[in-house]
Design a binder for this molecule. Structure first.
Ligand code: FAD
Ligand code: NAG
Ligand code: NAG
Ligand code: NAG
Ligand code: NAG
Length: 334
């Protein structure tokens, strides 16, 4: 069985790993325009899923999330946790707009701890907050995790090819099964109008003294990563593809983060970054499609994870591979 995975971000790589696990003898090639500069690289990689995240049903979405948590937690507990860039982390969320702003229906009951913040804990931060919660979760840093995943794939005999795919005809007579993991790239490739970029901007600062993550209102977040580098966010601009750095947003992000944690005022900026979250109106798309025209080639889509693709990729990968196996079973009967 020949399979082509298109996309070398977190979704493409976790899907290829799962394919190799479930279909040992498949001949898998990953094609990507770029393996080192993807939206996945911009993400802080925190496992925290917003209420806008949705799959085809509540039950399937919950399964994706549970499977993803389990996937990363197993890596975290293994000897490879360090090289794979997976750690556990705890943190706080504070808000004034209402008690629901600090709740999270996907996280409560999944992570080991999710509880109201104590009176003392309100004193850890600056600002005047009415509501607060404390939680533990996981962090997956793609700058380490993606190279680790690629190394595993190569050892498993998967080929990785840097090439932009514009059309299925490029595969010629070979006719492999195709898995579309192109993130925002699917907008062009699949002409999917439901896919909307939500632009995000972050600041990377050196702040090794910060050990917890912190969330405030208006997309404010502070997430410590490796080498003492902390990600300060953020912004969400719907349907914007601007790739430059906006200085107004930088100042707003700094101001909001420093209000939450005043010690950040002495943190030096090391970089700015922007990325386009591949948000899909309605739901993340994980489903097969039989193409007309290319001798009935089947594509399994796996894209549209929005602002939650790092944390939920392994669960959608597992689901996409189950679909792939069903297709394999039914076509090999023919
Ligand atoms: C500022 C910011 C912060 C974020 N923080 C978090 C976070 O803390 N936690 C979290 O879970 N998520 C976060 N996200 C969201 C996360 O980054 C995305 O959901 C995730 O990276 C999507 O992964 P992907 O593999 O689908 O896309 P990508 O990482 O963009 O990968 C797409 C791949 O497809 C390739 N490709 C596209 N089109 C083609 C083509 N035609 N031919 C060949 N190759 C193609 C690209 O080159 C790339 O390799 C954040 C996003 C932003 C912007
Ligand atoms: C996988 O497919 C490619 C492309 O057809 C081919 O060149 C390669 O030899 C195959 N590898 C294996 C292990 O069959
Ligand atoms: C997900 O995990 C939670 C907590 O362990 C459990 O209550 C729930 O039933 C699980 N859901 C699915 C679909 O596995
Ligand atoms: C991480 O997990 C270990 C147990 O595996 C626990 O002792 C530690 O307190 C956890 N740390 C955080 C920040 O949750
Ligand atoms: C490369 C690839 O697989 N592209 C396909 C992605 O899916 C759409 C259908 O939604 C096809 O038209 C593309 O050819």
């Amino acid at each position: 069985m020949r399979i082509a995975v298109i996309g070398g971000g977190i979704v493409g790589l976790t899907t290829a790993l799962e394919l190799k696990r479930e279909l040992r003898n498949a001949n898998i090639t990953i094609f990507a325009s770029d393996f080192d500069d993807t939206v996945s690289h911009v993400a802080a990689g925190i496992f925290r899923i917003g209420s806008s995240y949705f799959g085809p049903s509540e039950e399937i979405t919950r399964k994706w999330i549970n499977d993803s948590y389990e996937y990363y937690n197993d890596i975290r507990k293994s000897a490879e946790a360090g090289v794979a860039g997976v750690t556990n982390i705890s943190g706080y969320i504070f808000a004034n707009s209402g008690p629901n702003a600090v709740k999270n229906k996907w996280m409560e009951g999944l992570v080991p701890i999710y509880r109201a913040a104590t009176d003392d804990e309100f004193n850890i931060v600056g600002g005047d907050w009415k509501y607060g919660a404390f939680f533990t979760t996981l962090l997956t840093q793609c700058s380490l995790h993606l190279p680790w995943a690629r190394q595993k794939l190569r050892e498993d005999g998967v080929s990785l090819i840097t090439r932009k795919i514009d059309s299925l005809s490029e595969f010629g007579e070979e006719n492999p099964l195709i898995i579309n993991c192109t993130g925002i790239g699917a907008r062009e490739l699949c002409d999917d109008r439901r896919l909307v970029p939500i632009r995000g901007q972050v600041i990377k600062v050196k702040a090794p003294w910060i050990k917890n993550c912190f969330y405030g209102e208006l997309d404010t977040y502070i997430i410590p990563g490796h080498y003492g580098i902390c990600t300060l966010g953020g912004s969400r601009s719907f349907d914007s593809v601007f790739s430059g750095i906006c200085q107004h947003e930088n100042r707003a992000i700094r101001e909001r983060c420093e209000t939450l944690l005043p010690s950040l005022s002495k943190a030096k900026t090391v970089a700015y970054a922007t990325g386009l979250r591949p948000h899909r109106e309605g739901n993340v798309r994980v489903e097969p499609e039989k193409l007309t025209g290319y001798s009935g080639t089947i594509v399994v889509h796996n894209y549209g994870h929005g602002g939650y693709g790092v944390c939920t990729a392994p669960g959608t990968a597992k689901y996409a591979v189950q679909l792939t196996k069903e297709i394999h079973r039914s076509t090999s009967k023919l």
